[in-house]
Design a protein around this ligand. Sequence first.
Ligand SMILES: [Zn+2]
Length: 113
Amino acid sequence: MAGLIKLYVAANATDAHMLVALLAHEGIEAVVRGDGFVPLQGGHLFNMETRPSVWVLDDEYRQRAEVLAGEFARRGQAEEGDEWRCSCGEQVEAQFLECWNCGRGRPTFDVCR
Ligand SMILES: [Zn+2]
């Protein structure tokens, strides 16, 4: 019986569950660990200590899962670093969090940071 294999440490629960969904789509069984952990005291720990991780259930899928996780991680970085398109239609450079044309916020901006 194969043990759990740690595949990926996610930025947040959404990130982790997106990767699990992606793996499931490829027929790879994976689970999220740690996304249910919320400290009862010391609320300031919340953002630092809740980075969930994604684990693969079967060693058989490890290589394929690592490739997919790598692609997934690169895609996430690309989204953060690339230009984005505002709902008004303007292309806005990556370093701007608001549209210079209409002032709307970047739609994919992670407010947790
Ligand atoms: Zn705009």
